[in-house]
Design a protein around this ligand. Sequence first.
Ligand SMILES: C[S@@+](CC[C@H](N)C(=O)[O-])C[C@H]1O[C@@H](n2cnc3c(N)ncnc32)[C@H](O)[C@@H]1O
Length: 276
Amino acid sequence: MKAGSLTVVGTGIQLVGHLTLAAKAWIEQADKVLFAVADPVTAKWLRSLNATAESLPYNTNNQRRRETYCEMTEKILAEVRQGLNVCAAFYGHPGVFADPAHAAIKQARQEGFRARMLPGISAEDCLFADLGLDPGKNGCQSFEATDFLIRQRKFDPTSALILWQIAMVGNLSFYQPGGNLHSLKILTEVLNRYYDSEHEVIVYEASVYYPVCEPVICRVPLARLPETEMTEVATLYVPPKSPAPIDREMLMRLGMSVSVEHKKEETSQWKTTNKL
Ligand SMILES: C[S@@+](CC[C@H](N)C(=O)[O-])C[C@H]1O[C@@H](n2cnc3c(N)ncnc32)[C@H](O)[C@@H]1O
């Protein structure tokens, strides 16, 4: 292995409290810390943990976010190539919707450097906690909103649906407040093929400053999604519309008795005499 290494860590969503002890140790011990975080307080705190900490370039003059992400990757690699043990910190989980984090690890390994990623707390983890959603119950599907539309992702409306980056639908550039009305109408129209207009959806924003601020949990009928106020960090949660029916033949094949309790509101919660 060459001298120089890369460790990518996540700072979580909420200030300070979401950083794991492992991530903190890597930040403190690194020869160089680079970061891409969503708020100035975390940036300041990272500098207090390690005086080398420096923000990754975030050049909004680029036409596309992708170009900015390439610049971030290059900056990380430039430090590693100098033989430094570099720690790159991204907000949330560093491997969730974080192209430059994955790209930097891949590139570093290709060039013969040691590179690793530590998990962090993502917005989806916060959503599970704040909305009381257990993905083990009805399953959970998670898509980037633009990808969901342009690839006509197949999904199951009887299972939970999470759509990321809804404030950026159809936008490969940078966030513009209120600039997504047209795209949100299209997203709503597509969702409306599977859910009725009155189906409640939730525009969710985890609190960064918890416990000072509560999360934003805005429940609206699907039809009102386009006019719902949201910021850059909004994530959409679409609850399951109705329970999936149970395949009795499969129950039999699995040797499970057909003692199934259907509850009106939670019919996917069922029990067998075999107790799952
Ligand atoms: C570039 S991704 C970064 C995700 C981040 N790495 C993570 O682990 O959550 C940005 C998207 O994450 C989601 N997100 C980020 N911060 C959030 C927050 N405070 N509340 C809800 N969703 C958030 C939104 O869907 C947003 O558009």
